[in-house]
Design a binder for this molecule. Structure first.
Ligand code: NDP
Ligand code: HSE
Length: 433
């Protein structure tokens, strides 16, 4: 057993990195006891030296490449974010046999293959628990605890910003724009909220989850992505009328094909979720992931998906795991991408729709609307109608059908003479009441 100190290079000392330093400092003795060797910070790479007054000045450097290349560095912890220069630095570290812990979902969603290959070539570890759902242990449960099972589906709320906005819209009845502004004032939304509200952040996490769950390489480009910018107060009230709420979901599932093979679907979009569904009660900036596996059944993981201390908890947990591997002279699990399932195009993927529309209260409207669904092979699950004056509100929830058939039906409804307006179209997750 190797008990010499393990040298760590920390890249980044912002929201997450500063908490990593705090945990490593405050818990130094306990971490040594748990790991079997002292974990020693060799240096902290940042962009600007002047602003980091809470960390030892002698550790700070702006020369990340030199820090990563130091002989006394065994593990590189990356909490900078973005693709370059981080990709190059981590490849350099892995090729030199230094293990890597990263929280960088954007990088992993694009470049896991080359990072994993570099790790395999040198025998280094690549750990990334913090990249999906912050503090929530989900990466290692998928990669390790459930390695003996067959996962069929993963559905999660993996973006705290959008969940905060949708929860607030549901609670207050306010519109998207004013709720986003409020989220910014309260520090939940960034000045540029694009990555969150347009679903890029959730799509990166969906790619990582799908890759792990289905032993297949899925990148962010494979993930169908729709954000929450177009969600209106009417969508939320339509959901409430059906005892549902609206959540931005990351969905990853196996899609059986007619020839008996399987494809993988990975997608992110806002969906109606019945209040009885376990994800419906996940409010505010919290995250949760539901995993369905053949033998284990349904599992749910819930907690804080962002923030300095919660994310640092996952980063330091990975660091301890990597250090334990080094103390014992071994290596953690490698990337498992043997299945290489094809990705199901969104149009072929089975989904369910809810459609609310305002119609004229004249003979034959219901039959005409129903005809548009049946013409495309879409079976209707429920229809509700409320008459007001000379018009009516018609709410249709479908059974499962290929997404392209559902989308084509909605496009056709817009063109019908007696459909005054289509007021809400949302996909549905779970069984509506
Ligand atoms: P911050 O922006 O708060 O911190 C980034 C840090 O990286 C800063 O210390 C910055 O230096 C440093 N940095 C930037 N560019 C370079 C560079 N070229 N070389 C060296 N250092 C550099 O980011 P976060 O801490 O919020 O996020 C870090 C990572 O963790 C990202 O990948 C993010 O996606 C991920 N993550 C974050 C979560 C969160 O809640 N914040 C949750 C889950 C994951 P300086 O301070 O001098 O500007
Ligand atoms: N912006 C992300 C969120 C941070 O809102 O969940 C965690 O990845």
């Amino acid at each position: 057993m190797n008990t010499r100190p393990i040298g760590v290079a920390l890249l980044g000392c912002g929201v997450v990195g500063s908490e990593v330093v705090r945990l490593l400092t405050e818990q130094a003795d306990e971490l040594t006891a748990r790991t079997g060797a002292p974990i020693e910070l060799r240096g902290i790479a940042v962009r600007k030296l002047g602003k980091h007054r809470d960390v030892p000045a002698e550790l700070l450097t702006t020369d990340s490449a030199a820090l990563v290349a130091r002989e006394d560095v065994d593990v590189v912890v990356e909490v900078v974010g973005g693709i370059e220069p981080v990709r190059t630095l981590l490849l350099q570290a892995l090729r030199a046999g230094r293990s890597v812990v990263t929280a960088n979902k954007a990088l992993l969603a694009e470049h896991t293959a080359e990072l994993a290959e570099a790790a395999d070539a040198s025998g280094a570890d690549l750990y990334f628990e913090a990249a999906v759902a912050g503090a929530i242990p989900i990466v290692r449960p998928l990669r390790e605890s459930l390695a003996g099972d067959r996962i069929t589906r993963v559905v999660g709320i993996v973006n705290g910003t959008t969940n905060f906005i949708l929860s607030a819209m549901d609670a207050t009845g306010a519109g998207y724009a004013e709720t986003l502004e409020e989220a910014g004032r309260l520090g939940y939304a960034e000045a540029d909220p694009t990555a969150d509200v347009d679903g890029f952040d959730a799509a990166a996490k969906a790619a990582i989850l799908a890759s792990l769950a289905f032993h297949t390489r899925v990148t962010a480009a494979d993930v169908h992505r729709e954000g929450i910018r177009d969600i209106t107060a009417s969508d939320l009230s339509a959901a409430r009328a059906l005892s549902c709420t609206v959540k931005l979901l990351a969905l990853c599932e196996r899609v059986p094909q007619a020839d008996g093979s399987e494809r993988v679907s990975a997608r992110v979009y806002p969906a109606m979720v019945p209040l009885s569904h376990p994800l419906a009660s996940v409010d505010g900036a919290f995250n949760a992931v539901v995993v369905e596996a053949e033998a284990a059944g349904r599992l749910m993981f819930y907690g804080q998906g962002a923030g300095g201390a919660p994310t640092a908890s996952a980063v330091v947990g990975d660091l301890v795991a990597v250090c334990r591997n080094q103390v014992q002279g071994g290596r953690g699990p490698r990337e498992s991408a043997y299945a290489q399932l094809a990705v199901s195009p969104m149009g072929d993927t089975p989904t369910r729709y809810h459609v609310s529309m305002e119609v004229a209260d004249v003979a034959g409207v219901l039959a005409t609307v129903a005809g548009e669904f049946s013409r495309r092979g879409v079976s209707i699950s429920t229809v509700r109608q409320a008459v007001r004056g000379d018009g009516a509100t018609l709410v249709v929830v479908t059974h499962t059908a290929p997404d392209s058939a559902l989308a084509a039906t909605v496009a056709a409804l817009h063109e019908l003479e007696h459909v005054t307006s289509v007021t809400s179209v949302l996909r549905v997750e779970g069984d509506t009441p």
